[in-house]
Design a protein around this ligand. Structure first.
Ligand SMILES: Nc1ncnc2c1ncn2[C@@H]1O[C@H](COP(=O)(O)OP(=O)(O)OP(=O)(O)O)[C@@H](O)[C@H]1O
Length: 406
């Protein structure tokens, strides 16, 4: 549990009352002074978060790790500076930045006289993607680091009041990881992706900045506001969903019939989920799946211990606290055909068991029945749907002829 103590003397020199605000998070790190015994190094952060990212991706889940926080509070350092070494097989990497609501490829050589932007499109099954983004094959960790460094060097930075080399764009580095496996003697593929998202720092508008800097700041703030709305709407929807789930379980406790829980489910279904404005910014559109869909998502909130950063710190903590209420629906991204074959095989096994139990019950009354049914099982290997049909036919004629049923 994280507990922060904030002094609101900043509100005015006359007010020295102490304010204690408590937030709960999964991990909390102190990394201000390396000499401090509580100091959390990059290795510690990696042990807690990085290893779960890698193992999740290895199991076939989409993973997203994104850093949110005030300018200069350590987002890029946390996201990009982790000194990890792990074995990598064949991966594809892409790296993009969103600057002033336009997407740029950070790994493609471009003619600087002609700044080009890429279009975001949405695939009905795989979701939003950037058209024409370069993909890079990587076979070892060194190459991943090389691409990261190359992209970071191309990112647009500028000096802010707090940070000399502040990132003025949101950056998304994605690793597509495909594993070929043999499951139940069937060749299969598990595809996952790891999204590392380094957001541009939030900062209050300063009228002393030049026009370009103000436009940049306005775009950064606009997309962070949209991200905030998306996160809080997703959190509300998730809470509504879990409260409906608990109402369902209470209602269905008194009635054991499967229909009753189904009916309650449809009642809860009538409670409308709020619309999520993903497409209001490129950032939220591209992170659609990571924020409220098929992804295990970790948010790293970076804050400054300076009392002058009180407002930004509170805003970041509220953001992160809201994000914690979102319930995502991660699933293993396996080959759809292999999944179907596995489910059909399971169904065949289930039906075979049913047939055997029929055989045991009726063997005394209808000696040829089991033979007929076993031949049906052989056919069912070709099509389970047909087996359902055959079963109905066979069992109905079976009972017509069965002496005890006549
Ligand atoms: N835990 C840390 N230990 C040591 N140095 C750090 C740590 N976190 C950040 N820094 C240093 O602080 C400076 C700012 O960090 P960083 O660039 O990561 O901030 P940021 O939040 O990404 O800023 P912006 O949003 O403005 O781009 C960098 O020089 C970085 O090396």
């Amino acid at each position: 549990k994280f507990r922060t103590q904030l002094d609101n003397r900043l509100d005015g020199p006359w007010d020295s009352r102490e304010k204690i605000v408590a937030f709960s998070f999964d991990y909390c790190y102190w990394s201000v002074d390396p000499e401090d015994p509580k100091y959390a190094s990059q290795e510690v952060v990696f042990q807690d978060l990085g290893t779960s990212v890698l193992s999740g991706a290895f199991k076939g889940y989409n993973i997203c790790l994104f850093a949110y926080g005030q300018t200069g509070s350590g987002k890029t350092y946390t996201m990009m500076g982790t000194p990890v070494s792990y074995s990598i097989h064949k991966l594809f990497a892409i790296f993009l930045e969103i600057y002033n609501e336009r997407v740029r490829d950070l790994l493609k050589q471009s003619d600087h006289k002609k700044p080009y932007t890429l279009r975001v499109r949405e695939h009905p099954e795989t979701g939003p993607y950037v058209q024409g983004l370069s993909q890079h094959l990587v076979t070892d960790y060194k190459q991943v680091v090389g691409l990261l460094e190359e992209g970071i060097a191309k990112r647009i930075t500028a000096a802010t009041h707090i940070h000399d080399a502040s990132s003025r764009s949101h950056a998304i580095f994605t690793i597509h990881y495909t594993q070929a496996i043999l499951e139940n003697n069937l060749p299969s593929e598990i595809a996952s992706k790891i999204n590392l998202v380094d957001l541009a720092g939030s900062e209050r508008a300063d009228p002393s900045y030049c026009k370009d800097r103000i436009t940049e700041g306005a775009n950064i703030n606009k997309s962070l506001v949209t991200l905030g709305i998306v996160i809080s709407t997703l959190a509300q929807n998730s809470q509504m969903f879990s409260s409906c789930q608990s109402i369902n379980s209470i209602t269905s406790e008194g009635d054991s019939s499967p229909m009753s829980s189904h009916t309650t489910g449809s009642v809860s279904g009538t409670r409308r989920q709020a619309y999520i404005p993903y497409r209001d910014s490129i950032l939220t559109w591209l992170l659609k799946d990571s924020l409220g869909g098929n992804s295990k998502t970790i948010m790293v909130a970076t804050i400054s211990p300076a009392s002058s950063s009180y407002n930004e710190t509170m805003s970041t903590l509220r953001y992160a606290s809201n994000a914690k209420n979102i319930i995502n629906k991660p699933r293993v991204n396996e080959d759809a055909n292999v999944k179907l074959i596995r489910e059909l095989r399971e169904e065949i096994d289930r039906l075979k068991t049913m047939l055997i139990s029929f055989e045991l019950v009726c063997i005394n009354f209808f000696s040829t029945g089991p033979i007929v049914m076993l031949s049906v099982v052989a056919e069912a290997e070709l099509s389970v749907l047909h087996l359902d049909k055959y079963m109905l036919n066979v069992t109905s004629s079976f009972f017509e002829e069965c002496p005890c049923c006549v």
